[in-house]
Ligand binder design. Structure first.
Ligand code: NAD
Ligand code: GDC
Length: 346
């Protein structure tokens, strides 16, 4: 069996999928979170419930570990991260500084930090027809308040720990990740999961609420690409921040159209301009990623949304929120994605 690795945030969306990927790849995995995964049991060899805001818990988490995949964070979609600036900043700053220091004290070799496209300056993201963001664009800084600013700070802390203490750090800027077993309700959900939920709950010919005018743009990355990219970046020799996302730019209205087509429903939109919208446009420039890895995320949005929609629809039906007769997509022939989704997820 390969080296002992730690995944923090392993009770969350990306962490759950990453643990599965690493276990399948032969690693012995310790998983840590405030809670176990909500939808499926973690395949980790050990799962420890710890609060990484506390330094002593970070020391427990990192004992005997060779590589740390650090994903734990207080995070959510744009509605959540714009509503809780103070607590998100406090929680994430405590988690990240304590994790870096515990990693150093316990002699861990490598530390991967899950940063975000939210570090990029708001002044570069004012147009829906946005120029894809290069890693160097992060400075001069004007990141998303709270969540984005803290991520940018921790990116720098990783650099300082590498320069001053020789800790091999890797910094990955995720662009909006979606897929089965991601939060789809409760206030922390991001646009793909929220739209899947709304479409699944709507009757054929019904209406759903969309935040903003729907002409704002994003690129979305399927979770299987995300975990493969995380692993590849950890193995690379590049300590500089790297984008991890696709450059398939879509409007939110196009996202809704795609989900509605997968569901086989005619859906009309009610745009609510009073809801949080974040930046007007955001896309990933993958030039550096391609140069470093010779690889980039490739799953087309429609392909990744098929298992995502089916999983969310299945969850809603399991919880009695969709009547059996409204379970439309079962009768529709849809193309399966090339990659295998999580067992039991579709
Ligand atoms: P998630 O919310 O599903 O998972 C994060 C996990 O961290 C949660 O399970 C949470 O319980 C855990 N956590 C929070 N505070 C903790 C604490 N004090 N101690 C221990 N665990 C704690 O989020 P995700 O989508 O899986 O994101 C993973 C990482 O990727 C995060 O760092 C996030 O900021 C980053 N990221 C994600 C996206 C995305 O689109 N999903 C985009 C950019 C960056
Ligand atoms: O929440 P999010 O996916 O985050 O929203 C994308 C866009 O979709 C926003 O403009 C939002 O107004 C719009 N939108 C329309 N309807 C809805 O029902 C809805 N729910 C949600 N949530 N959005 C809707 C994210 C951060 C993450 C992470 C990534 C990195 O910002 O929230 O924490 O760091 O960025 O790419 P988004 O893309 O603005």
């Amino acid at each position: 069996m390969s080296a002992n690795v730690l995944v923090t945030g392993a009770g969350g969306f990306v962490g759950y999928h990453l643990v599965k990927y690493l276990v399948r790849s032969g690693y012995r995995v310790r998983a840590v979170d405030l809670h176990p995964p909500e939808y499926e049991e973690s395949p980790a060899h050990e799962f420890e419930v710890l609060d990484l805001r506390q330094f002593e818990h970070c020391l427990i988490a990192t004992r005997g570990i060779a590589e740390v995949y650090h994903l734990a964070a207080d995070m959510g979609g744009i509605g959540y991260i714009t509503a809780y600036h103070a607590s998100i900043t406090r929680n994430n700053a405590l988690i990240n500084l304590h994790m870096l220091e515990a990693t150093r004290e316990n002699g861990v070799r490598r530390f991967l930090f899950s940063s975000s496209a939210c570090v990029y300056p708001q002044y570069l993201q004012k147009s829906a027809d946005v120029t894809p963001l290069k890693e160097a664009d992060a400075w001069p800084a004007d990141p998303e308040e709270g969540y984005g600013l803290e991520k940018l700070f921790t990116e720098k802390a990783c650099q300082y720990y590498r320069e001053d203490f020789g800790l091999e750090t890797r910094v990955v800027r995720f662009h909006n990740v979606y897929g089965p077993l991601g939060t789809y309700d409760g206030g922390k959900e991001k646009a793909p999961a929220a739209i899947c939920r709304k479409v699944a709950l709507a009757p054929d010919g019904g209406e759903i609420e969309v935040w903003g005018d729907g002409e704002q743009t994003r690129s979305f990355m399927y979770v299987d690409d995300c975990v493969e990219g995380i692993y590849r970046i950890m193995q690379s020799d590049s300590p500089e921040p790297l984008n991890l996302g696709t450059d398939e730019l879509v409007t939110i209205n196009q996202l809704v159209d795609t989900v509605a087509a997968i569901a086989g429903k005619r859906i009309s939109l009610c745009h609510d301009l009073s809801q949080p919208q974040g930046v007007r446009g955001r896309n990933s420039d993958n030039t550096r990623l391609r140069r470093v890895l010779g690889w980039e995320p490739r799953t087309p949005l429609r392909q990744g949304l098929i298992p995502t929609y089916r999983w969310i629809e299945g969850e809603l039906r399991k919880h009695g929120r969709i009547p059996m007769r409204a379970f439309a997509s079962e009768s529709i022939a849809v193309q399966q994605p090339v990659r295998t989704p999580a067992p039991g997820a579709v």
